[in-house]
Structures are given as C-alpha cells and as structure tokens.
Design a binder for this molecule. Structure first.
Ligand code: PGA
Length: 250
C-alpha cells in the first residue's frame, strides 16, 4: 500500500531560531498520525532539525543535492555530507530549481541516479507551466518530464521514489489546481507508470500534489483517489496551518 505523505518545503526561509521554533511547534501539534510527515529546512539547519526530531516521527529532507559525489564544486552540498548528518531523503527537480538554476531533465536524471546509488530516497517534482496548460499540452509536458527521468530507472528503484505533481502556475501564486485537475494528472501519471512498468509499481508509488495547498483546500484535494498527500510551501511555514493540512490527509 502506498504511503500518505505531507511534506513541508521551507525553501529559503527562516533563521535558526525561527526554524527551531517551527520544529518545536510541530513536535507539539503533529503527535501520532498515520501520515508520514516530512520537512525540508534549508541546508544550514538540517543537522539541528535532525537532532531536534530524534524521537519524533517527522523526517528531515534536503531541498537539493549536487549530482557529483564530492570534489571542487564550490557552494554545493553532497549526498555523503547529508547522509553523515542523518538526512536520507531529498527533493529533486523542484520547479524553482528548474527555472532559476536551469536544471534540465538530463541533470535531474543524474541527480536521481546518484541519490539512488547512495541509497537516498527521492521526492521527484514535475509539472507544467501556465503556457503549457493554456495550449492544452500539459499531459504531454508532464509525460515528457517523466519519460526523460524516472521512466528511465529500473523497476527496483521505485521503492525509493515519491513523485510530486506541482503545476508551476499554482506554486506560491495562491492559485490552486482544482482537486479534479490534480486527480486527472495523478491518474494519468499512474496509468503511464503502469504501462511502462507494472500495476504494482504504479499502485505503490505515492504521488503528492503541490501548489498553494492550504487548510481550506487540503481536505478536498487529498480526498481524490490518486492524490496521496501534498508538498507544501508557504502554508508549511505556519505551524498551525501545516498541522491542519497534515490532519486533512488522515
Ligand atoms: P506553495 O509551494 O505551497 O507555496 O505553492 C509549493 C512548493 O513549491 O512545493
């Protein structure tokens, strides 16, 4: 059975103190839940987050990794470094990485491969831009993003993968895909995985929705058959909103 997941992507927000406060709030509020909760603070605070969450069922995730093992890559962070502080999962392919740091499918596949080689779990993000949806090519764009990356993996890799559909036009804009729009893409993706691999893999991979999820729309979005949870940006910076969103997936 696939897992229900709610992951918070804190992006480049919060000081050390703000990060600690947010984690403390979450520790008090989240409690026992059958939903897998994940948070992705920025690099300098990952170790603090791991230490603070030692006895708590909240997993700490990196927002990005470098596609090389180690070496002369000034300003970059390697998988080994992350593993050495207890971080075993990473986001790859967030639309902000694609748009602002020119990460293309080829680089993203390299990142996925090195992550899997070193036994890291991957939350792989994909999703169309507004122009794609307007020209009705969103299914084609999503298919090509997946065909160039995760569809090239072998079937054994899929138990380390979570997918996150994040339509770019809905990220940080306040504009959310409707629950039906999310379901339609998630179902399409699951069918595509089933065709390329098999039903088992398709049914066991969690597919999250991301893009302006908030307490007011989370229940409806998460109620859809093929939506297994969310990747939350803005609303994950507020402990009570994030907690409500987690509860919406229970
Ligand atoms: P948002 O961000 O919830 O602020 O739209 C989602 C994301 O970027 O993962």
């Amino acid at each position: 059975m696939r897992k229900k997941i709610v992951a918070g992507n804190w992006k480049m927000n919060n000081s050390l103190n703000e990060t600690i406060n947010l984690i403390n709030n979450l520790k008090q509020n989240v409690g026992r839940t059958d939903v897998k909760v994940m948070i992705a603070p920025s690099f300098p605070f990952l170790k603090t987050a791991v230490d603070q969450l030692k006895d708590v069922n909240i997993e700490v995730v990196a927002q990005n990794i470098n596609d090389n093992k180690s070496g002369a890559f000034t300003g970059e962070v390697s998988i080994d470094m992350l593993k050495s502080i207890g971080v075993d999962s990473t986001l790859i392919g967030h639309s902000e990485r694609r748009a602002y740091y020119y990460e293309d499918d080829e680089l993203l596949l390299k990142k996925i491969n090195i992550a899997l080689e070193f036994n890291m779990n991957v939350i792989f993000c994909f999703g169309e831009e507004l122009k794609d949806r307007k020209s009705n090519s969103h299914f084609q764009v999503v298919k090509s993003q997946l065909d160039n990356t995760v569809m090239k993996l072998d079937s054994k890799s899929w138990n380390k993968l979570v997918l996150a559909y994040e339509p770019v036009w809905a990220i940080g804009t306040g504009e959310t895909a409707s629950a039906d729009q999310a379901q339609e893409i998630h179902e399409f993706v699951r069918n595509h995985i089933s065709e390329k691999f098999n039903n088992d893999i398709a049914n066991n991979v969690s597919i999250l929705y991301g893009g302006s999820v908030k307490p007011s729309n989370a229940v409806e979005i998460f109620s859809k058959n093929d939506v297994d949870g969310g990747l939350i940006g803005g609303a994950a910076l507020n402990a009570s909103d994030f907690t409500e969103i987690i509860k919406a997936n229970s």
